[in-house]
Design a protein around this ligand. Structure first.
Ligand code: WTA
Length: 571
């Protein structure tokens, strides 16, 4: 792995003196920015929207929404009124503090009104990907005993309403909705609803959002986050996203994924910036056009998207004026150095990797605008967060030793429960003190963290521990390769052998020569023992909706094992 550093550019939030800030920072300093710190009673939706509607920001655009059919914008004042209206629609059908309200619909302004309205009532929002099929919807509504579901006429087909005894009301966003005891017409009720709502003041430790996420085994689990998370959402918006008042920010993630709520809703609005939301599917030209149309300044996306843009060629991007862009950030999977080099080539900007998880609620280990960057490294922990590499007993390991990436318990946005399963929740913590992420990594002498893989993905071949990510990154540097997924395949002699699944770029044909060439490429570029002994070509690799290559699915295919929960897999 290269250790070439890339030098920094801007420094708005004083992390240039990273060590100094790291050593003196206290989270209570951030709370002082908000009036609720005195009473302890808070509501994150109020802090994100209503707070600004009382200031000179009232008429500033909070939301720029667009998709294939709609192009709309809403000020902070309008967002306040519309989320109040949505809140009243829900309140009128009996939604109270603590109730679970699930939201199963494609991105649209209404989705965001409903999400904020739910939270304003002190209820817990459960956003679902629109692509979920019936089984996935049922699992989540059942496990959480959801009381209300907000969906569209089209998606209603995938909701087994009669099999969900706790589901009292289904609110439908669409035309010609026939109302009865169960079904409620959102549009009609929304029009009639008052724009005034008494926001429910709750304890900072009360729940506000429930994100279901899949592990490598078992059913998806409900990760509960509380209002207190806002402290970290707010502060990372500054340190990591570098958001300032006049920024136009675009986070490409869907709210079905934690990135699409923490950084698609809360962080930008807590920071009071204009937030771009683009509905519909990914398309390179559409995305470049979105950056140009809104003069986006700060852009948060994921490695898969960057790789797909890279695959679309360097000619395409030249057709767009992206000169407003000043800061680019990435999350979700390792950011290959190759992608960072491409980013610099086409935009003259570094792409900043950030590491965190659904369970952690916000960014934890990051590359900052003011930091020297080592491509391939996740960066350093944010101030207020202690990260370490620990062994299986919770002992901290010295630099350069690979082990469990762990975080000292107690950061503000840490999950507070696995819904219905406190035993599972406790199992994340080692020696009571360390949250164990399930990722393996090492830290170098300078305190930079390097991702190696999910613990269960690490390959042991001929006695060497090999991280699949490192090999995948090298494979992606080969001109013929568009996507690569690497697994360990049991082998009687070597323990495991390395097997690579590869999707080729347009214009390349699979052949024995190409296989050999790829093997040599890894041998020369990385290490002989890291070269994949087996290579299989595929048109496409299995990926999650957030873009992670699903190695466990590759492994299951290879070994003829059950693939487990596939609800988060892209079509
Ligand atoms: C992986 C995403 C390498 C990791 C917000 C983690 C990453 C899991 C990175 C969480 C990164 C996320 N580099 N790996 N920068 N960011 N991951 O819950 O394995 O969808 O444990 O949340 O994604 O995925 P989740």
């Amino acid at each position: 792995m290269t250790t070439q550093t890339l030098s920094a550019k801007t420094d708005h939030y004083n992390l240039k003196n990273y060590d100094e800030v790291y050593n003196s920072f206290q989270w209570s300093q951030v709370e002082q920015n908000f009036s609720w710190h005195a009473t302890g009673l808070v509501n994150i939706a109020h802090e994100a929207i209503d707070r600004h509607a009382k200031t000179e920001k009232a008429n500033k655009v909070a939301l720029y929404y667009s998709d294939q059919y709609r192009k709309e914008q809403y000020t902070f004042k309008e967002m306040k009124d519309y989320s109040n209206k949505a809140g009243n629609v829900l309140k009128n059908i009996g939604v109270n503090k603590g109730n679970r309200v699930f939201i199963f619909m494609p991105r649209s302004p209404e989705l965001y009104f409903v999400l904020l309205g739910t939270i304003k009532l002190g209820a817990i929002a459960g956003p679902l990907f629109e692509a979920f099929m019936e089984g996935a919807v049922k699992d989540r509504l059942e496990d959480s005993s959801a009381k209300v579901l907000v969906t569209t006429s089209e998606l209603l087909k995938r909701v087994p309403v009669n099999e969900l005894p706790n589901l009292e009301k289904v609110v439908i966003v669409g035309e010609d909705v026939k109302e009865d005891e169960t079904y409620i017409d959102f549009t009609k009720n929304f029009e009639q609803a008052s724009a005034t709502l008494d926001v429910k003041w709750v304890d900072r430790e009360d729940g506000m959002i429930l994100h279901y996420t899949s592990g490598s085994t078992g059913k998806p689990k409900g990760v509960l986050h509380v209002h207190n998370a806002m402290i970290q959402h707010y502060q990372t918006a500054k340190w990591v996203l570098d958001l300032k008042d006049d920024d136009v920010y675009w986070c490409t993630a869907d709210p079905g994924w934690v990135t699409g709520t923490t950084y698609g809703v809360f962080a930008p609005w807590l920071a009071g910036v204009s937030n771009v939301i683009r509905g519909g599917r990914f398309s390179p030209s559409d995305w470049y056009q979105t950056l140009e149309n809104y003069n986006v300044t700060v852009w948060y996306s994921a490695p898969t998207a960057f790789r797909m843009l890279m695959g679309a060629g360097d000619e395409l991007i030249k057709n767009y004026n992206l000169s407003s862009l000043r800061h680019v950030v990435s999350v979700g999977e390792p950011l290959n150095p190759e992608v960072i080099r491409w980013g610099i080539k086409v935009t003259n900007l570094r792409i900043h990797d950030t590491w965190w998880m659904t369970e952690t609620g916000s960014q934890l280990i990051c590359n900052y605008p003011s930091m020297e960057m080592k491509p391939g490294s996740m960066g350093k922990p944010i101030p207020g967060v202690e990260a370490a590499i620990v062994d299986d007993e919770g002992n901290v390991l010295p630099p350069n030793r690979m082990g469990n990436l762990a975080i000292k318990k107690g950061w503000p946005s840490m999950m507070r429960a696995i819904w219905n399963n406190m035993e599972k929740y406790e199992s994340y913590f080692l020696a009571g003190d360390w949250y164990v992420s399930g990722d393996s990594a090492y830290m170098d002498e300078e305190g930079y963290f390097w991702f190696q893989g999910r613990i269960d993905d690490v390959i042991m071949t001929s006695g060497e521990r090999v991280g699949p990510f490192e090999i995948e990154s090298k494979l992606l540097e080969h001109p013929a390769i568009a996507e690569a997924g690497v697994i360990g395949k049991p082998d009687p002699v070597r323990g495991e052998i390395i097997k690579a699944f590869i999707a080729l770029r347009d214009g390349y044909e699979q052949s024995a020569e190409l296989q050999e060439d790829i093997r040599n490429f890894v041998k020369k570029g990385l290490a002989a023992h890291a070269a994949p002994r087996e290579i299989e070509f595929k048109d496409k690799l299995p990926k999650t909706r957030s873009g992670k290559i699903m190695r466990r699915v590759l492994k299951a295919w290879e070994l003829d094992l059950p693939t487990g929960d596939l609800s988060t897999m892209e079509d």
